[in-house]
Design a protein around this ligand. Sequence first.
Ligand code: URA
Length: 433
Amino acid sequence: MRMYDLILKKRQGKPLTKDEIQWMIREYTDGRIPDYQMSALLMAICFQGLDKEETYELTMAMARSGEMLDLSQIQGIKVDKHSTGGVGDKTSLALTPVVASLGIPVAKMSGRGLGHTGGTIDKLESIPGFSTQLEDDTFEEQVNSIGISIMGQTKDLAPADKLLYALRDVTATVDQISLIASSIMSKKLAAGADAILLDVKTGSGAFMKEESDAMQLAKEMVEIGKSAGRKMTAVITNMDEPLGMAVGNILEVKEAIDTLKGNGPDDFVELIETLASHMLILGGAVKDFDEGLMRVRESIQSGKALDKFKQFVAAQGGDTKYIDHPELFEQADIIEEIRSEQDGFVGSIDAQEMGICSLILGGGRETKESVIDPTVGLVFSKKVADPVKKGDVLATIYGNDEEKVKQAVLHFKENYHIIEEKPTKPIMIREVL
Ligand code: URA
């Protein structure tokens, strides 16, 4: 086989066979296909697309390019969850202890934040002592003993995707839906769960700005998962404004703790309740959504979910006194309130730009090597459609550097809009597939 022929075939709009895809992924991962040839193929895919079979074969070839986790030693139906990422997305922190408290084993690998989006691993590591670097055996033992463990992605999880993603990033070939679907699903399938819940975000802070693209991505991922024999559900959710009130690592951990204590913001609570109910269905713990919702609410109200979170934090070396007393978390030195200059309603809050505010403050990574400051970020007091009076606090900025705080405040003001007419409140749950 020659890579030249595969590039030409795809350029002419013809489908690649399973053998061709497997050969190409193997040769590329082993360094026998140069980046310039792979880049040409990726660009041809952007113009000609991949059909359903090609997308599936590409996913499986990437998943099998490294270790395929075997979770069979963990009892029960393992349900994983994946979010396509957004701003203020601390969902896994609150969601996983809820479902674990209701008997669904959580064996999850998560990632770090990059650019304007945050990552679960960074958030968990902002709890003093918490470790996300676990051996496979420790990970499995912990899930068997307390029902939950979250660790960082191992180096050997879908290495072909890692190489291809880095190449796509610099060749303007990231935003092709079949390439995104196969990239995400290769890691999810390699991580070994029996069932997968996908939270596909849409709006200004999401990868998929348009709802129709989010739907297409969700459909492709669900098809791949089902073809690989996994139970799948996808929920399309709002990311047109930041999720919840907090953006920034420690600030988001505190909000997740509040939510587990029954005091979460409405949009975040609705998301957690919905996703958790679908995970319970996937895990066979309940017969329908309403029963799931009842069980989820009961777990939060009774304190069972919070207890599970504490058990989880303790098992991974974290200091649980921060869960009981979140006021002990380190705080940023500069705390600045931003007030409204007019009466009206919050018209829009550009989620991506709010993520960039947090990035400016030092809360995100510009590059993979950047060191993040877990104390910085912002907390909103008003969200879209809330009424506002002149002088009301719109948000509070947390920073450690005067110049960066100044810049973040300016950026905030450019991207947070007050209007005269009350807009409709954004709908959190757009679609379930
Ligand atoms: N996230 C991934 O893991 N892969 C993509 O291609 C896009 C987002």
